[in-house]
Ligand binder design. Structure first.
Ligand SMILES: *Cc1c(COP(=O)(O)O)cnc(C)c1O
Length: 667
């Protein structure tokens, strides 16, 4: 596994947190802060209070603080169950404000002679509350939208407020039209200019140029055109192929020259006003961003020289989110902050324009992830745990099978001096026991004892290894093997698809009991019947952890306390990419807005019911119920079921059709 190269001197390096320190009482919330790295990824929105609960400061460091655990409890009292996605619209507002203020600062600092206009790429999260909130909070900054498809264009046209008199209203929201386009798309975008919208049609393919020219002539509406360039600068990580010669999107340099030639021939070169590029999402290294800007600024300058009426430079998305809080160029992190990002863009473009003595463009960026990620938190509960067996089995008979004797002896002799050797012995004896069982030489009871002894050995060895400074490589997996399985009321496929599909890391931690030492090491297993439905990679400072530190949960029904985990920074991409694997549907969603007295539940969107998910796969709930009713009638006639049983069955069936697809964790 690739280690992160640390660019910052990080104090956490010499933190004094030690795994499995026995003195439970000495655990402080500071230990939890370090362990879960909440300052790294959570600032300024998430922290821990004296009660050991996570807190949320939706207005960043300026405003009120909510206790997340209490918030969840109070939402649950309103009969909205877990899993639950909580969206904080104030965080969204804060992100927009931050981005704009970073660009404003950079523009002032470098005396950049033009302005910044952000747009939000709708594909990042299309939910209505979010897009509407973005447009509302973005209004002071004339924040626009970016559409990448016809449905997204439909959203943009109805959500942005057009203005027929931009000067008077002092408002002009750009609508960047990306994605592949057909006649209908282009016609709609062009006609929308008559409503007072300001669409910029980005040419992604030469074909789109010809189509746009033709439609523009037919309608008699002049377009504002942009071109998307395939840069030579390559992103890195999962979206590294968004650019480069063979990228899926954009025009190569010869194609860009062809666009200019064609437009010049028909005297429409003045419609070409924007240069766009997008080198991929979650760019971890500032160097790549700088290289891309530099290359794009040169192309921009050349287009001016060729006579295009260039006015805008659109640097696309890519502004990263520090999911692991390490401030490194690791894929789950980024080695720059928003201000560095704005500074570099502004400074590079200014320099290039000064050298060429051309007017500096309006700068546009299309940040999705960096705007939306922080505002959503997914809360889910633990349904139960599965721990590796940890008991020394009693002898079945006075004289035990030799292999069992060997395992017992191995167990007894484990100590610091020989724990590595003992580990290999235990593995070997367990293997032998399994083959003996395979040949019929060991009874099932004996096999059970052998397995229990093996686990006991592993546990003892693990405890010793956890107190060693250096642990040999072959013992590294032990912690993973011995991890508890925490069953979570969640579908990874629905709620964190990137965790499953592209190994994206999200910060995950308990939202309470943080004043208590988490003595367990666990992985999370979700509700789906899919072995991929799990989370077994967690953020860490220098690497990725295979197990997460968790608290023990009481398994006995009578004193079962809820245990809630939060998955953070999930506001970008996860909601829309989630799928219906095993028919687990959308989760409940609550939108929270701070008010002077506390907070408002702005809106509640109930998650899918079983009836709804069944309808996606063409089952009609009424039909299903009717079929079951007919079957019960038949069984009644044959005296196979009592009338009471049949009623109970039908009631349960009907009730479950109306209910949430997730489990109800009875307390
Ligand atoms: C996806 C996308 C974005 C958003 O990228 P982020 O990394 O989320 O900011 C911006 N522009 C285009 C063209 C995109 O395809």
């Amino acid at each position: 596994m690739k280690l992160k190269s640390l660019t910052n001197s990080l104090e956490e390096n010499n933190n004094n947190y030690q795994k499995n320190t026995p003195e439970k009482t000495s655990w402080k919330i500071e230990n939890s802060e370090q362990l879960y790295r909440i300052h790294g990824w959570g600032e300024p929105y998430f922290s821990i209070n004296a009660a050991g609960h996570i807190t949320v400061s939706p207005l960043g460091d300026r405003g009120p603080v909510l206790d997340l655990f209490e918030l969840v409890e109070s939402i649950k009292k309103r009969n909205i169950g877990l899993p639950l996605l909580i969206r904080f619209s104030d965080i969204l507002a804060d992100r927009i404000e931050r981005l704009n203020s970073c660009f404003a600062k950079a523009i002032a600092r470098y005396k950049y002679p033009n302005i910044y206009r952000g747009v939000y790429p709708i594909k990042c999260n299309q939910h209505r509350h979010l897009v509407e909130a973005l447009v509302k909070y973005g209004k002071p900054y004339q924040f626009g939208l970016e559409a990448g498809s016809k449905p997204e264009l439909a959203i943009a046209l109805a959500t942005l407020k057009p203005t027929l008199n931009p000067q008077k209203d002092n408002s002009e929201n750009l609508l960047i039209c990306n994605g592949y386009k057909d006649k209908e798309y282009i016609e709609t975008a062009l006609l929308a200019t008559k409503l007072g919208h300001k669409p910029v049609i980005i040419i992604e393919q030469l074909k789109e140029l010809y189509l746009t020219i033709k439609i523009s002539n037919q309608l008699g509406i002049k377009p504002i055109l942009g071109i998307r360039a395939k840069l030579n600068t390559k992103g890195s990580g999962h979206w590294g192929n968004s650019t480069g010669e063979r990228a899926k999107f954009g025009l190569t340099i010869p194609q860009i020259l062809e666009v200019v030639k064609q437009l010049k021939q028909i005297e429409m070169l003045e419609t070409l006003q924007l240069l766009h590029f997008h080198i991929g999402s979650q760019i971890s290294s500032i160097k790549i961003i700088k290289d891309a800007i530099r290359e794009a600024a040169q192309i921009y300058g050349e287009l001016v020289k060729l006579g295009a009426a260039m006015k805008y430079l659109d640097v696309g998305g890519g502004l990263g989110v520090d999911y692991d809080g390490s401030k490194t160029n690791f894929y789950a992190s980024k080695n720059y902050d928003m201000q560095n990002y704005a500074n570099d863009i502004v400074a590079e473009v200014k320099e290039a324009c000064e050298e060429r003595k051309i007017e500096a463009p309006v700068l546009i960026s299309e940040s999705g992830r960096a705007i939306a990620a922080h505002h959503s938190v997914l809360i889910f509960d633990i349904l139960g745990t599965n721990e590796p067996p940890n008991e020394i089995p009693a002898k079945l008979t006075e004289k035990e099978h030799l292999i069992i004797e060997n395992l017992r002896e191995t167990y007894d002799l484990i100590k610091e001096e020989n724990y590595q050797e003992s580990y290999h012995d235990a593995i070997q004896f367990k293997q032998e026991a399994l083959s003996l069982f395979g040949f019929g030489y060991l009874s099932i009871q004996e096999r059970a004892i052998a397995e229990q002894l093996y686990w006991a050995c592993c546990q003892k060895i693990l405890e010793i290894s956890q107190h060693q400074e250096y642990v040999p490589d072959d013992l590294e997996d032990l912690e993973k093997i011995m991890a508890s399985i925490y069953y979570v009321n969640l579908s990874v496929f629905q709620s964190a698809p990137d965790s499953w599909a592209i190994d994206q890391l999200f910060p995950i931690m308990p939202i309470h009991r943080l004043d208590e030492e988490p003595t367990k090491r666990g992985i999370l297993a979700d509700l789906t019947c899919d072995s991929d439905g799990k989370v077994d990679k967690f953020i860490d400072l220098l690497d990725v952890k295979d197990v997460l530190e968790l608290h023990s949960v009481n398994q006995r029904e009578e004193d079962k306390q809820p245990y809630y985990l939060g998955m953070f920074l999930v506001g970008a991409y996860q909601e829309i990419m989630g799928n219906l694997h095993n028919l687990f549907g959308d989760t409940n969603v609550v939108n929270i807005k701070i008010n002077p007295k506390g907070y408002d539940l702005e809106s509640i969107v109930k998650g899918d019911t079983i009836t709804e998910v069944l309808s996606y796969v063409q089952y009609d709930a009424e039909d299903l119920l009717e079929t079951i009713r007919i079957y019960t009638e038949k069984a009644l006639q044959e005296n196979q079921i009592t009338i009471e049983e049949s009623q109970k069955l039908l009631q349960n069936y009907e009730q479950s059709l109306k209910s949430y697809t997730y489990l109800v964790n009875q307390e």
